[in-house]
Design a protein around this ligand. Structure first.
Ligand code: PMP
Length: 418
């Protein structure tokens, strides 16, 4: 559906769930005497042994700075770093490897585009279009840029199920819009947005589109050429890789036109006190020593995902979501927040009149990790007129047995909290 390249998504996991879980040492942890039930995967995913080992190996065996050394270790580290760039390129099917910019996460990738694209293309009176579903990371950078450039935001509204109102999108799309920046998948509601349609409609008016793929990259195959998306941002830590690394994909033609985001080493060609010139892509946007170990860890995380298979991951997570929705809806006091027809691995809910924090705390005491609060989507919470939600978010290593524990825990919380 999101990928026209079947070969990317046809692999299957040939190992049992116990073997898969054994790849993740943290899943053997106990919390307050209970086996950990980790259902906070939208906040961050757990890391398999292979990722931990790859980062450890870098520090133990070939720790060195990259791109500027002729010695053996530096070349080995540089090679590993650039292999990672190619792996990311393959994973999202980018046309060129220099369209892959390493950042420290989705947030930095969005800030980079807001700042640099803003300076190059946005004038007073222009607008940037986002949606009511956005994470703060896909609101604030645009707000900051708009303040700076004398521009303003347009916001695509949602319906009561938590889906974008596409007729409103059509009506908002006019010549003032310089960029559309929306999430691929909502971190709070799990809604999968019709991104292909959004891109096609925006492109019909020559408006570029940026996708916040922080909650999509680990669940669905993304082919940037098939989508024809202009910018895409995601984080390593949400796809079984380390924190401190993320990716900005950008079309070469746009990135080449945009000014540097930060200044420093790596991003320059020549430096003098009168005038400096800048390096070519991708280095123009990678100032300073990058997170080498984390980039190497991300490469191994992608290999790990490929070995499990995105097809398998998508199918397994859909089974878990369907099972969880079925079980949770048996609880009388429970109310789902967001019921989009198409959704990825997150479920938000409230239990009667109880505060989400109280439910979260009671679940925690049973070893069940869920997220409670506004999930960095305060405007969305205001639209639903709620203080926050309880969010359970799944990964392929979760089990039906863990969902049963969640359901039992929520029932207990409903009784205890009245
Ligand atoms: N966008 C979405 C949809 C997210 O879920 C998150 C993380 N919760 C972010 C952006 C920000 O990601 P990071 O903190 O890794 O930069």
């Amino acid at each position: 559906m999101f990928n026209d390249n079947d070969t990317l998504t046809t692999k299957k996991a040939h190992r049992g769930i116990d073997q898969i879980r054994a790849d993740f040492p943290i899943l053997q942890t106990t919390v307050y005497g209970h086996p950990l039930v980790y259902l906070d995967n939208a906040a961050t995913t757990q890391k398999p042994n292979v990722v931990l080992k790859a980062m450890d190996d870098y520090y133990k065996i070939y720790n060195s700075n990259i791109h500027r050394g002729v010695h053996y270790l530096s070349q080995k580290a540089t090679d590993a770093f650039e292999v990672a760039r190619r792996r990311v390129q393959e994973y999202i099917n980018a046309k060129h490897e220099h369209e892959i910019i390493f950042t420290k996460g989705t947030t930095e990738a969005i800030n980079l585009v807001a700042s640099s694209f803003g300076k190059r293309y946005v004038k007073p009176g222009d607008t940037i279009m986002i949606s009511e579903l956005e994470h703060h990371s896909n609101i604030i950078p645009w707000q900051l840029m708009c303040e700076d450039r004398g521009a303003s935001l347009k916001v695509i509204p949602i319906n009561e199920k938590g889906e974008l109102k596409m007729e409103a999108f059509d009506a908002l799309l006019d010549e003032t819009v310089k960029l559309v920046a929306v999430s691929f998948v909502s971190n709070t509601l799990g809604t999968v947005n019709p991104v292909k349609e959004i891109i096609e409609k925006a492109h019909a008016r020559n408006i570029p589109v940026m996708l916040d793929a922080a909650q999509a990259i680990q669940h669905v195959g993304i082919d940037v050429q098939f989508l024809d998306v202009d910018f895409l941002a995601f984080s390593g830590h949400k796809m079984y890789g380390p924190t401190g690394v993320g990716v900005l994909y950008g079309k070469e033609s746009l990135l080449n036109e945009m000014p540097p985001y930060q200044g420093g080493g790596e991003m320059i060609k020549t430096v003098s006190f009168e005038k400096s010139t800048y390096n070519v892509l991708p280095f123009k946007f990678e100032a300073g020593t990058p997170n080498v170990a984390e980039v190497i860890g991300l490469e191994v995380a992608i290999n790990y995902i490929n070995s499990i298979g995105l097809d398998f991951i998508r199918e397994r997570e859909q089974q878990l979501i369907t099972y969880a929705l079925g079980q949770l809806q048996e609880i009388d006091e429970l109310r789902f927040i967001g019921e989009a027809a198409e959704r990825a691995a997150s479920i938000s809910f409230l239990v009667g009149d109880t505060h989400p924090f109280d439910v979260g705390e009671l679940l925690d005491k049973q070893g069940i990790a869920v997220r409670t609060g506004h999930h960095c989507t305060e405007p969305l919470m205001n639209i639903f007129k709620i203080p926050g939600t309880v969010r359970a978010s799944f990964a392929f290593y979760n089990t039906e047995e863990e969902i049963d524990k969640l359901v039992k825990g929520v029932k207990k919380a409903a009784v205890l909290l009245g």
